[in-house]
Design a protein around this ligand. Structure first.
Ligand SMILES: Cc1cc2nc3c(=O)[nH]c(=O)nc-3n(C[C@H](O)[C@H](O)[C@H](O)COP(=O)(O)OP(=O)(O)OC[C@H]3O[C@@H](n4cnc5c(N)ncnc54)[C@H](O)[C@@H]3O)c2cc1C
Ligand code: SF4
Length: 490
């Protein structure tokens, strides 16, 4: 053997990373299931099940191809590599550049040699050079450059369909009693059952744990959901837990799918003529825009960025995040119940419910970030840190997003059917039946008015405070709401 190739659990692709060009005669494969990863924190069991079972299936597929695979369990990744090195001394270890600062440092210090990380469409140096030329890091500017650079949805030099985005068309509320096509279910095999038994977990059939299953999920999206993706992408409904979202993030993030494969399939479907431009553009924006931008910003902003708390938010994590029975807010109860079930909700509940509530209650950003990291099936450090610290709770003082995503009950009422089954009234801002989102939205603006009045995108909202005749009552109600939320009684 000439090389040991170490495969982290988020590099599970045969054709990318360190496995590109690997061969069973020269390369030995190492995978480490570390206790740090499995028992180090209060991880959602469905998440552990998905990550571990995918890695074991992947290890099996490499064995079937003829590779010698060492899959070891150890306290940490480095301890695992030490065990493997004892068995195969003096063989150099290679790995594609890891996806987090922590793992990068740990492997570098251990002497692992890195191969460029090509799990994204944008090389890290290219993003760095874009970001270092920007005054403010607008995703929209990055995205337009990506469209041109990658030649996706372009008509010569112009954007296809005559516009760079179709956001206006893509903000429909949910239709009444919406069912939609059934979701794909994934059957479980012996490896799945073994992993579930080790974790003491009854797995769902929602997430595939093999490349074949991930490809089936991708096909299902393009065949049954892609055409309707755009218009309903911001809608939330208790009738249908995913609407037309692709459910591809777990596979894109653990490597079972590569972004280039998803984009190629999207363009193939679009070329049939059956996909409206607003859906095609809306989806492409997520993959070549948001996903690449968030990864680039993670590396650009550096390891200390995660510790930002510019709004001095120090409230401890609310009990309703752990236990949905600790709230009567219908939107939050339904959302946390969904997360407990399958470790996933789409980007609007993540942003406009979970993060919005953490933001306007003044919840500590790092406590909230840790909770999000533990609960979501697709969570990794590179993707959660910018999404939560920058986009979700504005803890970076506006470095990534020009304004905080704070909203009251009116937005949630417009974009979902949650308010119909709620004890609170989205329109009321003071009094016992006031929607906590509405009360706390105004209270948040009032608490931070000196900061936000200087922000031209927020000043109108802050001036809106002057129109509130009931501000004193609202402020009193806000104190009751904050106390009640802390006790799990709102
Ligand atoms: C506070 C917050 C936390 C988030 N945490 C994560 C996370 O831990 N992991 C994660 O993959 N996504 C995260 N996202 C982004 C987004 O919510 C999920 O990617 C999406 O909901 C996954 O479901 P889907 O595959 O059906 O996505 P779709 O709606 O079908 O979108 C297609 C793909 O676009 C990509 N994408 C879209 N938006 C983003 C984004 N902001 N950042 C990165 N990729 C994006 C994803 O790969 C996704 O699979 C977060 C967003 C917010 C607001
Ligand atoms: S009224 Fe407020 S708390 Fe209730 S579901 Fe609507 S937004 Fe959520």
């Amino acid at each position: 053997m000439k090389r040991i190739i170490y495969i982290p659990f988020d590099h599970l692709h045969r054709k990318f990373g360190a496995l590109k060009g690997a061969n069973p005669q020269a390369d030995l494969i190492a995978l480490v299931e570390s206790a740090r990863m499995t028992t180090g924190r209060n991880w959602h069991k469905e998440r552990l099940f998905f990550l571990i079972s995918s890695a074991r299936h992947f290890a099996r597929s490499l064995e079937e191809e003829g590779f010698t695979v060492e899959y070891v369990k150890a306290a940490t990744t480095i301890d695992g590599l030490k065990i493997i090195e004892k068995k195969y001394p003096i063989i150099p270890i290679f790995c594609a550049e890891p996806s987090s600062f922590r793992q990068y440092e740990a492997l570098k210090n251990y002497g692992v040699s890195f191969i460029d990380n090509d799990f994204f469409l944008t090389p890290r140096p290219l993003f760095q050079s874009w970001a270092s030329e920007q005054k403010n890091y607008l995703m929209e500017s990055f995205y337009r450059k990506q469209r041109v650079r990658l030649g996706i949805l372009m008509d010569g030099k112009e954007p296809m369909g005559g516009a760079w985005n179709f956001d206006k068309e893509n903000r429909l509320p949910p239709p009444k009693k919406y069912e939609g096509p059934p979701y794909l279910e994934h059957s479980r095999d012996e490896i799945d059952k073994q992993v579930a038994a080790e974790l003491g977990h009854t797995s769902t059939t929602t997430w595939a744990t093999t490349r074949k299953g991930a490809l089936a999920q991708m096909k299902n999206f393009f065949d049954n959901h892609f055409a309707d993706f755009g218009p309903l992408e911001d809608a939330m409904t208790s009738d249908n837990w995913a609407l037309h979202h692709s459910l591809l993030s777990p596979y894109l993030n653990n490597g079972l799918l590569h972004a280039s494969e998803v984009i190629d399939a999207a363009m193939k479907a679009f070329q049939t003529g059956s996909i409206p431009i607003e859906s095609a553009e809306g989806f492409v924006r997520q993959i070549i825009g948001w996903r690449e931008y968030v990864n680039g910003m993670y590396w650009f902003l550096g390891p200390d960025y995660r510790e930002n708390n510019q709004l001095n938010a120090n409230r401890t994590l609310l009990p309703l995040f752990i236990d949905p029975d600790k709230t009567s807010m219908n939107c939050m109860k339904e959302t946390v119940t969904d997360i407990n079930e399958r470790g996933w909700v789409h980007h609007i509940p993540r942003l406009m419910l979970l993060s919005n509530l953490a933001l306007i209650t003044g919840t500590n950003p790092q406590e909230f970030l840790d909770w999000m990291r533990e609960e979501f099936i697709d969570a990794s450090e590179w993707v959660m840190v910018p999404n939560v610290i920058g986009m979700g709770v504005h803890a970076d003082g506006g470095l990534m997003m020009t304004k905080p995503y704070a909203a009251g009950g009116a937005y949630i009422s417009r974009m979902s059917n949650y308010c119909k089954g709620c004890v609170y009234d989205p329109k009321a801002r003071a009094g016992e039946n006031a929607c906590p989102f509405t009360t706390l939205y105004w209270d948040f603006l009032d608490r931070h008015k000196e900061t936000f009045i200087k922000n031209h995108r927020m000043s109108q909202q802050v001036f809106g405070l002057n129109r509130l005749k009931d501000l004193p009552e609202l402020k009193m109600r806000a104190q009751e709401v904050l106390a009640g939320l802390a006790l799990g009684q709102i």
